[in-house]
Design a protein around this ligand. Sequence first.
Ligand code: B12
Length: 305
Amino acid sequence: MVNETELKSLIENILQDMVGKQEQQPEQVQEEVVAQATAEATTTASTTCTVASDACLPDITKVDVKTELLVDEPYDQEGYLQMKQKTPARIGVGRAGARFKTATSVRFRADHAAAQDAVFSYVDEDFVKKNGFTAVETMCANKDEYITRPDFGRQFSEEMKQEIKAACGTPQVQIVIGDGLSSAAVEANIEDILPAIKQGLQMHNINVDNVLFVKHCRVPAMDVIGEVTNSDVVCLLIGERPGLVTAESMSAYIAYKPTVDMPEARRTVISNIHSGGTTPVEAGAHIADLIKKMLDKKASGLDLK
Ligand code: B12
């Protein structure tokens, strides 16, 4: 840290330097400054900095915020850390003057970037193929339209409806995967949650055959699929709008005999499915039991209670 006296003398030197240079030509001053800066940069680089061409900064999003305490000289460090264990919220981040510390500020930007990536990127086509899903898409032409026209994300063209009918027939339970607002959530959870749901349903002698993947999907797209397939239950696994805690959270929206324009109250939601919330395997088992209950009671959402 520079103290007040040092700062004063530094400013005086700079001012003196500037006054002296007024008598010189601007080009001359420019040349001198460039030469001095180049010399300083060369000395600094050769004495204090080794540049490795394949060097990589550590990924700040890999830091576990639950164990990172940035408060200087905390009154009760142990208590603080225990409290942080209970939440991924940004508490115990300290401050630099009136501002966030650099680590907090950079982490915030990194988490925000991950959230934006999750919304604007697409589920890899290879992922859909590898898992054998039947790929269909709603009326949205691109992501921009998906974001600005939620109504298009709830509709299918007539050809798409035919494709859905041809691929699925009329299963008792139709599982649908939708990219929704987080493609990252789909890629992170589907391969764990799907076997758990299928196994759970098999225990009740319910088979799930064709799984649909819907690109540019909004929740009520499941209602159209319900009408087209005439299934008893439709279960939509969809990427949730990401926040700053995780960009990989998925929800299951499940409904008994969904129909277009039905009230939302007829849907049951299981949200926050991700490795730091309800884990996909645990959620899968719960969803299977819920589907069985819906089939038995012939109801879903508020009607199920
Ligand atoms: C965004 C959001 C909303 C937005 C939805 C519009 C939008 N797309 O921006 C608004 C503000 C309208 C909303 C309202 C409500 N929400 Co809300 N919402 C969310 C949130 C943050 C993300 C949902 C998401 O990403 N969906 C995926 C996208 C692709 O879907 P979408 O088609 O664009 O939007 C549809 C769904 O989001 C759905 N939806 C949203 N919330 C709810 C709640 C219920 C009970 C149902 C059936 C459907 C539903 O309705 C939207 C329109 O069709 C979740 C939190 C989470 N972790 O999931 C809570 C969440 C789903 N909502 C919740 C609740 C309680 C509600 C309300 C009942 C609040 C209230 N008391 O009024 C209402 C009901 C809305 C309805 N449709 O009937 C709870 C559900 C808890 C549960 N398991 O039952 C959640 C999990 C939040 C929470 N942790 O408490 N919500």
